[in-house]
Design a protein around this ligand. Structure first.
Ligand code: EPZ
Length: 451
């Protein structure tokens, strides 16, 4: 445990410029999509994060040759020799990520069977996979649950279906897309998630030869095709990472430019950031031309001085306020004057991290009721899913243990904003989703060190 601790000397505003690359929650799915092609795929701007390594390992086990391309962050996938892997080999990746569940459709298409290990990912509630399995069964797959994992087969092939999700789940929508593109016939998915990462995955599948229509009202129609080829794609930038650094700038009274951040996918976050009292400036990208080197786009976020304002917000599926933006922003809300309300409607248990903030001097109460907005599916179900944050509070240093990825980043921000020296344990977990975060902290002038 000792080498997995970061010592943070807080109280210094973060100032400077960092860059975000391809979105973690798209890149990993794009890698799975490469399995469906009959020729190599090429993905750019892939961040060096643990989730990418897990998917790379799983693809390798299934015969997909993954190599580094010429450009930094470029990966090339050659799926010409897709093969079965042993359950023992696959189980090495058990518990390390939730992405393996998305291998179901592509492996069923390529091999006729699939084994999926026990899943991992962040511990932010039960995170069931019932929608995934229900959808796969609708396509004609047989699912056999065993203690070691899931065994799936499709003895009669996969066939298009009409299916409505009980909730617009990101992963289940991706499951349907990755399965329907090569299933026989037409699939109609209702109540689909339409996050920008999903639209980008649809762009990738379309580049591969898929026929996918995104209708209004969360309806996606997919016409199955017999074969798909490889793609070349530059993914959308990571809007969760961008917002995390924005929140860090606000909480530390700093000024951070996030190169690569894109306004369109962050509109809801930007509205809240401004309401809280943060300032931002968007720089549009300009392609290079003769005599003009061009300009990389990004967004600069800063604390303008003075007091921040309390806000009421509710997390929701796109185009709502992302659940993954919530934890970093709450640290900044501890510095706002008045009572802020956060109603978490995507995950039932995503406020546990506030306890650690309270040990640092924050004043956050969590409630079972749906506060500040419309009632959600967790109301009266005994989940503490609303938080009231009273501020401003002076944060002081503490020893912290990182519980999950986004909560972990919020702990880090709190330590950076607090007076004194904190020790943040389990900090390697942040590498799951934040590329080079220690280098970025150093570039922004943070005083952090490994003991
Ligand atoms: C994706 O998780 C992201 N992960 C999450 O980011 C993100 O928080 C989430 O979408 C919501 O935007 C990846 O993309 C790898 P869901 P996913 O299916 O797909 C319930 C991060 O930190 N549900 O949209 O697993 C579920 O319990 C991570 O980057 C079922 O009930 O999320 C949750 O309450 C954390 N049954 C809700 O739906 C199912 O079969 C939304 O989950 C599936 C989901």
């Amino acid at each position: 445990m000792t080498d997995d601790v970061l010592v943070v000397h807080g109280g210094t505003p973060l100032e400077g410029r960092i860059r975000v690359r391809g979105a973690k929650n798209l890149v990993s799915k794009a890698m799975v999509a490469a399995l469906l092609g009959d020729s190599p795929s090429r993905l750019f701007d892939v961040p060096k994060i643990r989730d990418v390594e897990v998917v790379r390992g799983l693809l390798g086990l299934h015969g997909v040759k993954v190599t580094d391309g010429d450009e930094d962050g470029e990966l090339v996938f050659d799926p010409s020799n897709v093969e079965s892997a042993s359950t023992d080999q696959i189980n090495v990746h058990a518990g390390s990520s939730r992405i393996p569940i998305l291998f179901c459709g592509p492996l069923l298409h390529r091999l006729g069977h699939a084994f999926i290990p026990d899943l991992g990912g962040c511990h932010i509630g039960p995170r069931p996979i019932d929608f995934h399995l229900q959808a796969l069964r609708e396509f004609g797959a047989t699912v056999d649950k065993t203690p070691e994992g899931l065994h799936l087969s499709a003895p009669n092939g996969l066939h298009g279906t009409k299916f409505a999700l009980p909730y617009p789940s990101v992963g289940a929508t991706e499951q349907v897309l990755l399965t329907a593109v090569m299933a026989e016939g037409v699939t109609e998915l209702r109540n689909a998630a339409v996050e920008p990462e999903i639209i980008d995955l649809i762009c990738i599948l379309q580049k591969m030869g898929a026929i996918i229509k995104v209708h209004t009202d969360r309806v996606i129609e997919i016409q199955g095709v017999k074969k798909l080829h490889g793609y070349t794609h530059r993914p959308i930038p990571d809007r969760i990472e961008a917002a995390s650094w924005a929140a860090a700038a606000l909480a530390t009274r700093g000024d951070v430019e996030v190169l690569g951040a894109q306004q369109a996918d962050m509109m809801t976050f930007l509205n809240v950031f401004r309401s809280v009292g943060g300032e931002y400036e968007v720089t549009d990208a300009r392609p290079p031309k003769l005599g003009d080197p061009g300009q990389e786009g990004g967004i600069r976020f800063w604390h303008p001085g003075g007091e921040l304002n309390a806000v009421a917000l509710e997390t929701d599926v796109h185009p709502g306020f992302m659940t993954d933006w919530q934890q970093p922003l709450v640290v900044a809300l501890t510095q706002a004057r008045g009572l802020s309300i956060v109603h978490e409607t995507v995950y039932e248990q995503r406020l546990g991290y506030t306890e650690a903030l309270n040990t640092m001097g924050a004043n956050i109460q969590v409630y079972r009721d749906c506060l500040g907005g419309t009632p959600c599916r967790f109301g009266r179900r005994n989940f503490k899913h609303s938080a009231v944050i009273a501020g401003p509070s002076k944060l002081h240093a503490a020893d912290l243990v990182i519980p999950d990825l986004r909560a972990g980043f919020s702990h880090l921000i709190a330590a950076l904003a607090a007076e004194g020296t904190s020790r943040v344990y389990g900090v390697d977990l942040i590498n799951r989703g934040y590329e080079d975060f220690e280098k970025k902290l150093a570039d922004l002038g943070a005083h952090v060190e490994r003991p």
